[in-house]
Design a protein around this ligand. Structure first.
Ligand code: FMN
Length: 180
């Protein structure tokens, strides 16, 4: 049976290149993985006061992560760190204390940017949070997608060189998931 992978996209905008990359990973993944983008834009800001009576959106989000066999983070870099919306989702899934939903889910991190360094700093800031929530992250290959506006064919698919990399990356991630 295919492994269910929750994909979190760190950008909410309609034309997000990170969402496009997530959709490409979905398209290129083998039958062994079923990628689902889990929306995070509707999650209220994390507030510990709500732990006793959490908003329905938090409950559904936590349930989706709980039911997944792995988690992928595909994100831009905002001001050299993690976009707030993605950090909020990580925080929501990490609480109440002792009941976090992330631990042990094999993870992967991809960042992209129109600039040359492909969101590398955000990539490592995401990895830093994953240490504490106990997500074992695929170390190699790393994925920093540079020139993120220039890697698309007219039909919305990635150009051949990028597609080849995305395919090799998602296949490596599948091997990583299968180790768990
Ligand atoms: C608030 C904000 C901060 C940004 N900071 C960075 C940054 O630190 N590094 C970077 O490479 N790009 C930065 N950018 C540019 C983004 O990489 C670019 O807008 C990208 O398209 C966002 O990803 P998306 O297309 O998935 O929304 C920033 C954009 C915004 C809106």
């Amino acid at each position: 049976m295919a492994k269910k992978i929750a994909v979190l996209v760190g950008s909410l905008r309609k034309e997000s290149v990170n969402r496009k990359l997530a959709l490409e990973l979905q398209r290129l993944a083998s039958d062994g993985l079923e990628l689902e983008i889990v929306e995070i834009g509707n999650l209220q800001h994390y507030n510990q006061d709500f732990d006793a009576n959490p908003p329905q959106e938090w409950v559904s989000f936590r349930e989706k992560i709980k039911c997944s066999d792995g988690v992928l983070f595909v994100s831009p870099e905002y001001n050299r760190t993690i976009p707030g919306v993605l950090k909020n989702a990580i925080d929501v899934g990490s609480r109440p204390y002792g009941q976090g939903v992330w631990a042990g889910k094999p993870g992967g991190v991809m960042t992209s940017s129109p600039s040359g360094i492909g969101g590398a700093i955000a990539n490592h800031h995401i990895r830093q949070a994953l240490v504490f929530i106990d997500v074992p992250v695929m170390q190699q290959p790393e994925a920093y997608i540079a020139d993120a506006f220039g890697i698309w064919n007219e039909d919305g698919t990635a150009v051949a060189e990028t597609e080849k990399f995305l395919k090799s990356w998602i296949d490596a991630y599948e091997s990583w998931v299968n180790k768990f």
